[in-house]
Write a protein that binds this ligand. Structure first.
Ligand code: IPE
Ligand code: IPE
Ligand code: MG
Length: 248
């Protein structure tokens, strides 16, 4: 497994996004219930946040609960929400100590009241922290976010605040829930699934994708280093030719 010193600090992505997947399978492989996997996933979150902040990554977005996850069995949803409240309340001190700002994207209004309260309080207490921004995607799906942006834009057009002709990519992006972060340069998905599952569709237009078979509860600092080292070997061409990049 790689070590921190193998990561080139001069070529870090500003923003890393992670689809934290595989908690259920991890638990099953140990003969335990799915919820045990979710509980064990919290440690991986802690390690990843710490590793990202130590390296100097400025934005980290973690996909914690999707719009589609509301279709899971009720007891699993309840357990996840409970875990969320407890983890946020437990981790607030560490976020403050490490100068990390918490933010959330998604339909947070749909979360249970105690969850929302805890989340909003921590967002408020960490609002002025500057080392890294940690975005939790909660009750989030990219299509929800895009439709929500379209609604806001349509309302402003009706109210005469903006004109349809003035809509461009930058302006559209500014209406997205996640507009408080730049687009991620690197997207990681754990658990060996090769899909995006409705995550940041607009924002990952040019992100580098990294898939690992590691199940989320086993993900640690070294796994993040491995993803970053792989990212640093890639040539990001943005439609240009390799020769053009060398000339520049
Ligand atoms: C990811 O693990 C956590 C959430 C989606 C909330 P899963 O619960 O999807 O675990 P698998 O994919 O079934 O193993
Ligand atoms: C994606 O994982 C959502 C999160 C990690 C929160 P899922 O396990 O819900 O995705 P699918 O259903 O396998 O695509
Ligand atoms: Mg899954």
């Amino acid at each position: 497994m790689p070590v921190k010193s193998e990561v080139n600090l001069e070529n870090l992505p500003k923003h890393v996004a992670i689809i934290m997947d595989g908690n259920g399978r991890w638990a099953k492989s140990k003969g335990k219930l799915r919820v045990f996997g979710h509980k064990s996933g919290v440690k991986a979150v802690r390690e990843t946040v710490e590793a990202a902040a130590e390296l100097g990554i400025k934005y980290l977005t973690l996909y914690a609960f999707s719009t589609e996850n509301w279709n899971r069995p009720k007891y699993e949803i309840n357990a996840l929400m409970k875990l969320l409240v407890n983890s946020i309340s437990k981790e607030t001190k560490t976020l403050i100590k490490n100068n990390i700002r918490l933010s959330a994207i998604g339909d947070v209004k749909s979360l249970p009241a105690d969850c929302r309260k805890e989340l909003e309080e921590t967002i408020k207490t960490t609002a002025n922290n500057t080392r890294m921004q940690l975005n939790l995607a909660l009750s989030y799906s990219s299509r929800w976010e895009i439709v929500d942006a379209v609604k806001k834009i349509a309302t402003e057009i009706t109210e005469g605040k903006i004109e349809a002709d003035n809509i461009d990519e930058e302006m559209f992006g500014s209406y997205l829930d996640s507009s408080n972060s730049p687009n991620p340069e690197l997207l990681i998905r754990t658990s060996g699934e090769y899909r995006i599952s409705n995550f940041l569709l607009w924002q990952i237009a040019y992100a580098e994708l990294y898939f690992t078979n590691t199940l989320w509860p086993d993900f640690g600092k070294e796994d993040l280093y491995a993803a970053l080292i792989d990212y640093q070997k890639r040539e990001r061409r943005f439609g240009k030719t390799s020769e053009q990049l060398i000339e520049a």
